[in-house]
Design a protein around this ligand. Sequence first.
Ligand code: GLN
Length: 542
Amino acid sequence: MHQTKYIFVTGGVLSGIGKGITASSIGAILKAAGYKVFMQKLERYLNIDAGTMNPFRHGEVFVLDDGTETDLDLGHYERFIDESLNRYSFVTSGMIYYDVIQRERKGDYLGRDIQVIPHITDMVKEKIREGAAQSKCDVMIIEVGGTVGDMEGTHFLEAARQMRREEGAQNVMFVHVSYLPYMEVTGELKTKPTQQSVMLLRSVGIQPDIIVARTEGRIEREHIEKIAMYCDVLPEAVIPAPNVKTIYEVPINFEKAHIGEIISKHFDWKNKKPDLKPWKKLVQLINTEKPPLDIALAGKYTSLEDAYLSVTRAIKTACYYLHRRPVLHWIDTEKIEEGDKEEWKRLKQCQAIVVPGGFGKRGVEGKIQVARYAREQKIPYLGLCLGAQIMTIEFARNVLKIKDATSEEFDPSAKNLIVHFMPDQHEGRSKGGTLRLGAQECRISKDSHAYRAYKKTVVWERHRHRYEFNNAYKSLLEKAGMLFSGTSPSRELMEIVEIKQHPFMLGTQFHPEFTARSHRPHPLFKAVLEAAIEREKMPTKK
Ligand code: GLN
């Protein structure tokens, strides 16, 4: 029988020390060694999914092919292991409790009282094993959300402990990511918090096999020995993880520390050398000197990398592969709306503009002004979802002179709803899980920017929106110079819109950023940046 191997990744001392990147890097190494890898996040909160959460507080909502709304770690996983994940990759406490309570209502537990142990923990194990079974993976990496010692994570840790007993110690591994603070005054790196977080892990019956030691700077042999001694792991199983210039160095550094070999030994695998050439190439591309490319990101949450994580990653990787250094400029569209001179000046310094997705009215008028500027000045523009709707509204207002053109989302009582709610498309107006979600087929017409970028007539891209282009305006817009170059197979839904007389002004109803991978930049992100580079060659017009 096929025996899946399981690697649990826990975190200690602090949150935000790179547990997601650690899990993803281990995944990248094992995939590069030829194993089939599946990844899963165990999330502590009681929401069923991340769909209703504010990106400002929690980071972006990352959407999978099957429409599951997850958190940004799943983006790291997909970009690092270059596999599309599915709903089995994302498990929340809310989902666990919901499923248990539903079973209780059905009468599946008749005669029994329902308890955290064993019912909730059994459900956690069931979700882990389901993930393994449906993916038929060799190895499954499970990231346990939060930090050890958090009350909200206890059922996950208990389930993980039981997994080791039930699957056999040789089939389950625990990787603990911990932080070593550096005391400036004494010039010392401190291992005590790590020792204490391992004590916390042990108190729930888990002994780590590997400790990933996160530090700001170097870690010396003596610290490694100390951690090994007091946390009871082999010195070679303490993996140094100093800060790096780019996260793409992490798989390379882990492999230098022979993490693959340690895992192979534990699982009784033949040690296969991972092929990390693509990672080395990317790191080299990032580290070589190259001319800058100024790119505006005109959104609502400025300077908040996490709220637009996939967008910034997609821009940056595309830029690296074009041998340019991405310089992102966060443009606050509320300031643009107010006519803030500084903000306009910053926008005007940019060579390409990306208007990302968003919900609600805030900053929308500023975004429309940004789109107008891009259209009139022929600045390469990529609109993602809301950014595509904005581009169409701007065109309707300023080219077709439909002054009150807007979206139903911003003003439901307006007469000219260029973007509207299509009732057939949705199950209802309740907020959770009712958006148009996940990968859908899009047909692309030849002789378009979209086709020249994708070089394909059929693509599948991920969606997350409530409103659609209003087909009643389609022919009017097309006559005036817009092109709906991508549609659903039935032609009912407009998926890609572009402006014919423009070097590159294109908007997508979907989110291409979700399918941009570390070693395969997305064609549309590449295309908008290529257009910007092309434009540099033109004599400057005044
Ligand atoms: N708010 C818009 C809609 O619901 C756009 C959504 C988005 O950008 N993801 O259609």
